[in-house]
Design a protein around this ligand. Structure first.
Ligand code: PEP
Ligand code: MN
Length: 338
């Protein structure tokens, strides 16, 4: 981190700044230039709050030369992180396909859908039991009963289960869930992230609707700072001025995040597009971009779905999408599943 001092900064103000920096455990190296004086900070600057330095009288501006995320940073952990989830591994070069309904609705619905997903070649099952809905009058999910139905569907199909948590106080209910999803709306629910940091469950962390990639990595850092290193990042579309799609899939997030972090990356084409017919082309582009996993919404009868009806694939359509996903994965030498 570099602190650029104001011209004519008072020595007392500079001394006060140095005192603050010392207290933060970093070493301050002064460099006197012809036109500007600067201080280079050496040490762990990740805990330094830029705003608290900016308000010091002598400070003109501050530049970070290192990213504020440490544990998620590929610089300090060059090898890819691979996360075992029962028989699957996410991030080892294989391609995982997480499929299932937006919401768990009934036993019949989740069982039919889970069996169809398994038959088509999905490697994990998704389904929301606690649903973050824009309207309080919309279906809110089955809660604990939904989790039990997912566990039943796992028994039937053998597929590991992925489902969303909305409240850290519910964490005990997720003891038998394989991957805990943090939805886009909760990406910056820092208390929830801290609670997940104390767990050892894999977390599928979705990018917020209007969050930068750096903010996504800082949210991952919250979980990692608590001791849980098992995080899968998920790009699920961001808000732009475009109205023809529900969100805009930021495909560049895959290669860019891969450069910046060692954590595996998932793409959710369903919430990105909001349109079932776009799921296949977006899935294929995600594989080409290097995604480790896809999360795709599939419903045994999308027309009757209690949430996200327009983006969920029928089992038949999912089967044909999977056949092209397999072709693309084969072409790129990416094994499916293990
Ligand atoms: C979901 O996966 O069902 C969901 C609500 O996704 P997102 O948080 O990305 O909107
Ligand atoms: Mn959904």
């Amino acid at each position: 981190m570099i602190v650029i001092l104001k011209k004519g900064a008072q020595p007392e103000a500079v001394a006060r700044l140095e005192e603050i920096l010392r207290a933060k455990g970093v070493t301050a190296n002064h460099i006197e230039g012809a036109t500007q004086n600067i201080i280079g900070l050496v040490g762990d600057t990740s805990r330094i709050d830029v705003d608290s330095l900016m308000v010091q009288d002598c400070v003109e501006s501050i530049r970070r030369v290192q990213e504020p995320y440490k544990q998620a940073n590929r610089k300090f952990h060059p090898d890819d992180t691979a996360i075992p989830v029962r028989d699957c591994i996410i991030g080892n070069g294989s391609l995982q396909v997480i499929a299932g309904p937006c919401s768990v609705e009934t036993e019949d619905q989740i069982m039919k859908t889970a069996i169809a997903c398994k038959k088509a070649g999905a490697t994990m099952l998704r389904g929301g039991a606690f649903k973050p809905r824009t309207s309080p009058y919309s279906f809110q999910g089955l809660g604990k009963e939904g989790l039990d139905l997912l566990i039943q569907a796992r028994k039937e199909t053998g597929l590991p289960i992925v489902t969303e948590i909305m409240n850290g106080a519910d964490l005990d209910l997720f003891a038998d869930i394989d991957v805990i999803q943090v939805g886009a709306r909760n990406m910056q629910n820092f208390e929830l992230l801290k609670a997940l940091g104390k767990s050892d469950k894999p977390v599928l962390l979705k990018r917020g609707l209007a969050n930068t990639m750096e903010e996504l990595l800082m949210s991952a850092e919250y979980i990692m700072a608590g001791g849980n290193q098992n995080i899968i990042l998920c790009e699920r579309g961001i808000r732009t001025f475009e109205t023809w799609t529900r969100n805009t899939l930021d495909i560049s997030a895959v290669p860019l995040l891969k450069q910046k972090t060692h954590l595996p990356i998932c793409i959710d084409p369903s919430h990105a597009a909001g349109i079932a017919s776009l799921v296949e082309p977006l899935s294929l582009s995600a594989i080409v971009a290097g995604a480790d996993a896809l999360e795709i919404e599939v419903h045994c009868d999308p027309k009757s779905a209690l949430s996200d009806a327009s983006q969920q694939l029928t089992p038949e359509k999912f089967e044909s999408v999977m056949s092209n996903i397999r072709k693309m994965a084969d072409f790129l030498g990416r094994p499916m599943g293990k």
